[in-house]
Write a protein that binds this ligand. Structure first.
Ligand code: SF4
Ligand code: SF4
Length: 200
């Protein structure tokens, strides 16, 4: 019995030693390209990898697929003079469909008449409660809320996001989700064109 255990330990150490040596051999084969490059990370995730195959986080990160989602953010469009306009109309649909109810919205109102204005005076998301489901982005009729790729949100206080923290440009959205952004831009342009043709 002891003999069998001894052989098992030796076999295990042999595997570790083989991986140790192969790591250096693979480093030489991929000189300068094995770490911190998308190519190198893909290689270490493939069946051809030898030696260590772990990702050296946080120095390097796994490239994210376009549909990866973490916390939502509010999209704003930028005018020719740099003015930022949130797409959000504070309709409240996202907060209604949010399963853990972690979105709070306060609609703006006209100070003179008291009538509601389609613009959020306040918009909060509690990142501690958000389950990253993406329902808010799916149901928003104005492409105003989208799922972000940023997942490094750890902090020492309650992670409550307000409008300022949530707002990101349409260019940023296009940079993380190019295919989605192009498709939605085309759909909005087609809708606008059909509205114009109906008026004419
Ligand atoms: S993000 Fe979209 S669904 Fe949510 S309140 Fe704004 S416009 Fe409505
Ligand atoms: S991703 Fe899901 S849980 Fe998070 S705010 Fe949107 S609807 Fe709510």
């Amino acid at each position: 019995m002891n003999d069998m255990v001894g052989k098992g330990i030796l076999k295990g150490l042999g595997v570790s030693l083989k991986r140790f040596v192969e790591t250096y051999l693979d480093d030489l084969r991929w000189l300068g390209k094995r770490y911190r490059t998308d190519q190198g990370i893909a290689h270490r995730g493939s069946k051809d990898a030898r030696g260590i195959f772990t990702v050296q986080y946080p120095e390097e990160k796994i490239p994210l697929p376009e549909e990866f989602r973490f916390l939502p953010f509010l999209v704003y469009d930028e005018g020719s003079k740099g003015e930022k306009t949130l797409r959000c109309t504070s309709c409240g649909i996202c907060s209604k469909v949010c399963p853990p109810q972690c979105i709070w919205i306060v609609r703006s109102s006209d100070p003179a008449t008291g009538r509601p204005i389609p613009d959020p005076a306040e918009f909060h998301i509690d990142a501690e409660l958000c389950m990253n489901c993406g329902f808010c982005a799916e149901f928003c009729p104005f492409d105003a809320i989208k799922m972000d790729h940023d997942y490094e949100l750890a902090c020492f206080h309650r992670n409550l996001y307000d409008v300022t923290r949530l707002s990101k440009s349409a260019e940023y959205y296009a940079s993380i989700r190019p295919a989605n952004s192009q498709r939605e831009d085309a759909a909005r342009a087609a809708k606008a064109a059909s509205r114009i043709s109906q008026v004419e």
